[in-house]
Design a protein around this ligand. Structure first.
Ligand SMILES: [Zn+2]
Length: 72
């Protein structure tokens, strides 16, 4: 699965979410089109995933960079 920044104005695919999508996942034809999520839903999912798949706290540069961005 490949992640990319969504360039078109698409609505987030998360159920009940009305934000515009920011991140897209290529499904390679598995579903008609790509799956897209907004930043909020991505964050929520990321938190869920990290709780499930990574028992230890993760201190990846990616996460730190993101936290810095939020403060600005
Ligand atoms: Zn969303």
């Amino acid at each position: 699965m490949k992640m990319q920044i969504v360039k078109h104005q698409l609505k987030c695919d998360f159920y009940g979410c009305k934000n515009f999508a920011k991140y897209g996942f290529s499904t390679k034809g598995f579903i008609r089109r790509d799956i897209v999520f907004c930043e909020d839903c991505m964050k929520k999912m990321f938190e869920c995933f990290s709780k499930i798949s990574v028992p230890k706290p993760v201190k990846s540069p990616f996460k730190l960079a993101k936290a810095k961005k939020e403060k600005v």
